[in-house]
Design a protein around this ligand. Structure first.
Ligand SMILES: Cc1cc2nc3c(=O)[nH]c(=O)nc-3n(C[C@H](O)[C@H](O)[C@H](O)COP(=O)(O)OP(=O)(O)OC[C@H]3O[C@@H](n4cnc5c(N)ncnc54)[C@H](O)[C@@H]3O)c2cc1C
Ligand SMILES: NC(=O)c1ccc[n+]([C@@H]2O[C@H](COP(=O)([O-])OP(=O)(O)OC[C@H]3O[C@@H](n4cnc5c(N)ncnc54)[C@H](O)[C@@H]3O)[C@@H](O)[C@H]2O)c1
Length: 456
């Protein structure tokens, strides 16, 4: 029987949210144990945000160079994935080694345990053959896992998830992408720009189905113009792997082939095998339900992807900060996810905040929308090649405030910032209309979209 060790806090899962919470708590002088089964830092630095954005940055450079003809002379572009793969190994992931991150945590006074942790009753955690009792409580930050759809044959073929895609040393000759959400479209475009022949298969009727239809339609047009095949409103009914080629059968009977298959059909909170039942919670729950202070139960806080409130690094860090404050007994506002910003880093970037028009109408709100096309703005027209984009605003007509916005276009994720402030602070639309917007910026399109507001 392992000796029980008393500490202040145990953090289970040292990904984005857990590492932030554990580091802050240790730094505040609490006796903090951080347990991580894989790599401290989690998905974001090793297999997700950071390396994927390195691929995208490189792909965007190629795309810009290819836009030179007709705008600035001639350019001969030869794509080479080598520097991207090297950068992912050397700069992003340290060859998937987390020593620096572990030392960052222990340097703050934290105690690190490598292993799989499990709850063993209120405030009790088993990990690596040790048992900890946490005086203040436990922070659960175990992230998410890929959601693999039940397509016949899929479990028997060597498909990629984001992990194998990020670790690729060269682009595949051809790539089938199942799922046209954030992961699917970002990686589809990045690999295609390095020469892969890419097909995206999305079950819903458009790409990025959780976002405004205008954004999905725009993105489909751009991806198609770059040579990517986009198939929406169709499902895979079978998968085979023969002679190093994947064969994907679609519901209409058509068969697609590719040298690699990326499954990017969503992620689910990782709650299995955590011993939630030992503290009276449902072990089969899809998400960890939390209150405004990120409390899931007495002495248990949940942060990050496990909460299902937005699977983004900025959400994990935002929630971790609230949980830390609460663990430390410091008062502070409840979590507020109304103005949650999201950016899909395709080219054009698709930024969005708050509710889509559809989601707002579903809530029974009286909605007005306004849109402006980026190419019609002065800056979009000047920009010319690569100027695809749209700004769309969603107004709660009864309150006269924006409750959602989309900004797709060059720097769409940056243009989003002002819109996120407007949604978060509920700045009256009337005041937004009377602001000065610098000329000729991309964000000046917001003024055009405000002028267009009024479709009931
Ligand atoms: C390809 C891709 C690209 C992305 N790009 C972006 C982006 O550009 N911007 C953005 O904001 N978000 C992006 N995301 C989402 C982002 O990566 C996640 O939202 C973020 O990593 C969530 O942080 P987390 O701490 O909740 O979980 P994770 O980062 O998943 O960390 C959870 C950790 O818990 C550990 N763990 C699990 N169970 C146990 C256990 N029982 N014991 C011990 N340890 C355990 C895991 O090993 C893991 O390290 C992307 C995701 C993917 C897949
Ligand atoms: N830039 C970013 O911030 C960024 C980038 C990548 C991922 N992420 C995060 O990671 C999460 C997971 O990404 P994701 O792209 O896997 O999920 P997602 O939920 O964004 O998209 C999954 C897509 O797959 C489709 N789909 C589901 N089952 C299917 C099937 N059988 N056949 C065809 N299509 C199917 C869905 O309709 C959906 O459009 C995102 O929701 C996001 O929170 C963020």
């Amino acid at each position: 029987m392992a000796r029980e060790q008393e500490v202040d806090v145990v953090v289970i899962g040292m990904g984005v949210g857990g590492e932030h919470a554990a580091g802050r708590l240790a730094g505040a002088g609490l006796e903090t144990v951080g347990v991580e089964a894989e790599l401290v830092g989690g998905e974001c630095p090793y297999w997700a945000c950071i390396p994927s954005k390195m691929m995208i940055r490189a792909g965007n450079l190629l795309a810009e160079a290819r836009r030179i003809p007709g705008m600035a002379g001639r350019a001969e572009v030869t794509a080479d994935f080598g520097p991207v793969a090297a950068r992912i190994r050397d700069e992003a992931t340290d060859d998937w080694n987390d020593q620096v991150a572990v030392e960052r945590f222990t340097g703050k006074g934290g105690r690190f345990v490598r292993g799989h942790a499990r709850l063993a009753g209120p405030g009790r955690v088993e990990a690596d053959g040790q048992v900890f009792t946490a005086r203040r409580g436990v922070v659960l930050a175990t992230g998410s896992r890929p959601q693999i759809p039940p397509v016949p044959g899929l479990d028997a073929v060597p498909y990629w998830t984001n992990r194998q895609a990020i670790a690729a040393e060269e682009p595949p000759e051809s790539l089938l992408v199942l799922g046209g959400g954030a992961i699917g479209v970002e990686l589809a475009q990045a690999f295609a720009r390095f020469g892969a022949v890419v097909t995206v298969v999305e079950a819903m009727d458009r790409l990025l189905p959780a976002e405004e239809p205008e954004a999905g339609a725009l993105l489909a047009d751009v991806l198609r113009s770059e040579g990517i095949t986009v198939r929406t409103g169709t499902r895979a009914t079978a998968v085979h792997h023969r002679g190093a080629t994947f064969h994907l059968t679609l519901d209409g009977g058509e068969e697609l082939t590719g040298r690699q298959l990326l499954v990017a059909t969503g992620r689910h909170p990782h709650l299995a095998g955590l011993g939630l039942e030992t503290i009276g919670l449902d072990p089969g729950a899809r998400t960890l339900t939390v209150d405004g202070q990120m409390r899931a139960a007495d002495g248990l806080w949940g942060v990050g992807d496990v909460t299902g409130l937005g699977m983004f690094t900025h959400v994990a860090m935002y929630q971790a900060e609230i949980a830390v404050r609460d663990v430390l007994g410091e008062p502070g506002p409840d979590a507020d996810h109304r103005a949650l910003p999201r950016v899909t880093f395709t080219d054009p970037e698709v930024g969005s905040v708050g509710l889509t028009e559809h989601a707002a109408r579903e809530q029974g709100l009286r909605v007005r929308t306004g849109t402006a096309r980026v190419p019609s703005s002065a800056r979009g027209w000047i920009h010319k090649a690569g100027n695809d984009g749209v700004i769309k605003l969603v107004e709660d007509a009864d309150r006269g405030v924006l409750i959602g916005a989309t900004s797709a276009g060059p720097a769409g994720g940056e243009v989003l910032y002002g819109l996120a402030v407007a949604v978060q602070a509920e700045i009256p639309v009337d005041r937004l209309r009377h602001m000065i917007y610098a000329y000729p910026t991309f964000h000046r399109g917001v003024e055009d979209a405000l002028a267009d507001l009024g479709h009931g």
